[in-house]
Design a protein around this ligand. Structure first.
Ligand SMILES: *Cc1c(COP(=O)(O)O)cnc(C)c1O
Length: 371
């Protein structure tokens, strides 16, 4: 029986090690570990890739959101609107400041609802975090308009959005800052934890530059309170190497999505993420391929028995279901519907098209048998 694991981490070594080896050797020989040239190179190249003025490396994607919120001036007691369909990290970052995560509903494409944002805004609202989930940009044009109209900050959680764009404009460039995560399973994954922040605003960039390393300025003088949240130079060297083939990795993900789309598009028991052909309207990078499935749990069991690994995101609970104290929950009717049906199919750059064909075949045979 064919095996299509959800994400085979051993492929990182098998397929990418030759790419990383030189980078690792070079950093070790130079003993360049903290805040060194590979990090600066990476920050420049990453900013260029996205089309953002600045990129700054930090410890991980959660810190990236937290530091962006601080730089945006969000304080204890302020409200920050986030979608409930996100990694708990988005809410953690708000909580870490003592601000209130306000959880709102999602659209049928699983991204935050602009109308729900509008409904939740009140005088205590300080910021919105738009999460570009599954490698798909939210309706950032509309969300930006709402934020501007209400004079609140837009921050993008772009941990899953790297490489995506809407109307030809990259995700991560709409708000005052955007977070990145280099967790190994992310589109641009490192060999451990890592994160970054994109911004076009020089004062935000300078603020985060100081915050990430003990409040020190460019002359290494402590000029304000800060923390330690730096992207390791070694990780940056690896990410530099990987950035070289990021566009190819994304096109491979899109090829897998295309197979799912053509083989499963007519199946009435599932709902697929829309595949938009016109790249100037929408370009999805498919961090994940999240479908909605009838009899989801039975389908999952059937796929597991047939060697296909799947995941229900966030362990099958959205943020409003964790019972965490200090959150405010708005109407999340659509999220409550989707959470019972959502399922991630295998999706990454290591999959072949025949792997995707096998997955699709098994899904079709499952529904053929239960009809
Ligand atoms: C991965 C992820 C994060 C957090 O990133 P870490 O680097 O693991 O801290 C935040 N938000 C979303 C949507 C993510 O998928």
């Amino acid at each position: 029986m064919k095996q299509v694991p959800f994400f085979d981490y051993t492929q990182i070594y098998k397929q990418d090690y030759p790419v990383y080896k030189n980078a690792l050797d070079s950093v070790l020989q130079r003993a360049d570990f903290i805040l060194r040239s590979d990090l600066e190179d990476f920050e420049l190249k990453m900013a260029q890739f996205v089309g953002s003025k600045f990129c700054i490396g930090v410890g991980n994607g959660t810190d990236a959101i937290w530091l962006s919120l601080i730089a945006a001036g969000v304080e204890r007691g302020d409200e920050v609107i986030i979608p409930t369909h996100t990694y708990v990290a988005t809410a953690d970052a708000v909580w870490a400041i003592g601000a209130v995560p306000v959880l709102v509903d999602i659209l049928d494409d699983h991204s935050i609802s602009p109308a729900a944002i509008s409904d939740a805004i009140n005088p205590r609202t300080k910021a919105v975090i738009a999460v570009n989930l599954n490698g798909r940009a939210c309706n950032l044009v509309e969300i930006k308009r709402i934020c501007d109209e209400n004079q609140i900050s837009l921050i993008e959680d772009n941990a899953q959005g790297v490489g995506s764009s809407i109307n030809g404009k990259s995700s991560g460039t709409f708000g005052i800052a955007a977070s990145l995560s280099f967790y190994p399973a992310k589109i641009l994954g490192g060999l451990g934890d890592g994160g970054g922040i994109l911004t076009n605003d020089e004062s935000i960039f300078e603020k985060i530059f100081r915050l990430r390393s003990h409040g020190r300025d460019r002359d290494n003088l402590v000029v304000e309170w800060g923390f330690n949240s730096r992207l390791d130079n070694l990780q940056a060297a690896v990410l530099n190497a990987k950035l070289e083939h990021l566009s190819i990795d994304i096109s491979r993900r899109r090829a897998v999505a295309k197979v799912y789309d053509s083989l499963l598009g007519d199946c009435l028991n599932i709902v697929l993420p829309e595949f938009v052909e016109d790249e100037s309207i929408r370009f999805d990078s498919f961090q994940n391929y999240e479908i909605e499935a009838q009899d989801r749990d039975e389908l999952r069991k059937y796929l597991t028995a047939n060697g296909v690994g799947t995941i229900v995101q966030w362990g099958g609970k959205m943020v409003h279901e964790f019972g965490l104290p200090g959150v405010a929950v708005r109407d999340v009717t659509n999220a409550d519907r989707i959470v019972k049906r959502m399922l991630l199919l295998p999706m990454n750059q290591y999959l072949s098209e025949s792997d995707a064909e096998y997955v699709a075949e098994k899904i079709l045979s499952f529904y053929a048998g239960t009809k």
